[in-house]
Design a protein around this ligand. Structure first.
Ligand code: ACO
Length: 331
């Protein structure tokens, strides 16, 4: 094998549906309050896809936005990875539907599932292909339609999630730029803490699975919370150290957007001021694999991220899984 190439993000795009559900709207559906949701999570509203839209539709719009912000056309893409826990269907993959929709005729396409860590897992996979020179341009998308899998009568979960999609394009970048460190991890012993049990090979769809409401997301919120606080802070710190940097070198933190208290733990561990952390969970809730790429795209478009900045991305999710990376922004 020849020289390894440095890979980095050269373009971003995102899409969220227009329809807004506020905490006040939820007060009319379940026994909850705006005050409880805001103080426990930081979420004020979330976006919900229209009935005729599925995850591939949101992903397609994010993909088109990322292409528009690049110098590339769809035919230049060598691979499309869609990270999602809410694919349109079990198969074909959502990535194949996006590939068709945008006309990326030269791209290999597959889905990747690592729950809320999925987008960062996707970046790690894509960057290997670029490093080895096998591919030049890879699109990584995080896209979710979680509203279809939330039990709107369960206040423990329905207040937390939202729909959306974010996309990035990875290409070769100058030496010294792009990914400086990448961390992936998993602990399957925590598999039962966050589940959507029915519809797979263990519990195929049946009258019983529907009666027992097993097609909805189930979560042990307080156990996930404890894990998340610990892992977000420690992985953000490890990503910086593995990049050969110190906390002082970090210009911007883009964390997974599940709960403001979990984000605060990571921010404090890196000793960052509040204006160096991007937060959009007040507007979108937790969009699982879509949270980080949507936040990244918004931060880029707002000019919060500039060439030479050291950016830390960190997330955690069902599985259990976690992931983090440090990027020296190249464009
Ligand atoms: N409104 C009012 N009360 C509520 C609501 C609500 N929407 N939801 C739960 N409660 C109640 C519960 O019924 C419980 O009441 P009880 O004590 O009478 O039984 C109580 O509030 C729970 O309170 P706490 O334990 O203090 O709640 P906590 O501070 O843990 O916050 C939360 C709950 C927000 C879910 C938190 O645990 C959390 O954020 N966990 C992590 C969730 C997460 O990040 N998930 C990622 C999943 S993403 C993926 O991989 C798909």
């Amino acid at each position: 094998m020849g020289k390894l190439h440095q890979s980095g993000i050269i373009a971003t795009g995102s899409y969220v549906p227009d329809k807004v559900i506020t905490n006040q709207d939820l007060e009319k559906i379940v026994d909850t309050s705006d005050e409880w949701i805001v103080t426990r999570t930081g979420i004020r509203e979330r976006r919900i896809a229209e009935a005729d839209m599925a995850t591939s539709d949101l992903a397609t719009k994010a993909a088109q936005a990322a292409l528009e912000s690049s110098n590339l056309i769809a035919k230049d893409l060598d691979m499309i990875i869609v990270a999602t826990v809410t694919p349109d269907m079990n198969f074909p993959s959502t990535a194949c539907l996006v590939q068709r929709n945008i006309g990326a005729v030269n791209a290999a396409a597959f889905d990747l599932e690592a729950a809320c860590s999925g987008f960062l897992y996707g970046l790690a996979v894509a960057s290997q292909f670029i490093a080895t020179g096998v591919y030049r341009n890879i699109m990584v998308i995080g896209a979710e339609c979680l509203s279809r899998f939330v039990n709107w009568q369960d206040r423990n979960t329905c207040v937390l999630f939202g729909d959306g999609a974010g996309a990035v394009i990875l290409s070769r970048v100058e030496d010294g730029y792009g990914f400086l460190s990448q961390i992936l991890g998993a602990d399957g012993n925590g598999a039962s803490l966050l589940t959507l049990e029915a519809g797979g090979s263990r519990k195929p769809a049946s009258v019983e699975t529907i009666e027992k409401q097993m097609h909805y997301i189930h979560m042990d919120g307080s156990e996930v919370f404890k894990f998340a606080v610990r892992i977000m802070a420690s992985m953000a710190e490890a990503a910086v150290k593995n990049a050969g940097l110190t906390e002082k070198d970090v210009d911007y933190l883009i964390p997974h957007q599940a709960n403001i208290r979990i984000i605060e733990a990571a921010r404090k561990r890196l000793d960052l001021p509040e204006d160096k952390v991007y937060i959009n969970l007040d507007r979108y809730g937790n969009m699982s694999a879509a949270s980080i790429p949507v936040a990244l795209d918004e931060a880029v478009r707002l000019g919060r991220i500039k060439k030479n900045d050291n950016i830390v991305l960190v997330g955690f999710g069902g599985g259990l899984t976690w992931a983090a990376c440090t990027i020296k922004w190249a464009v």
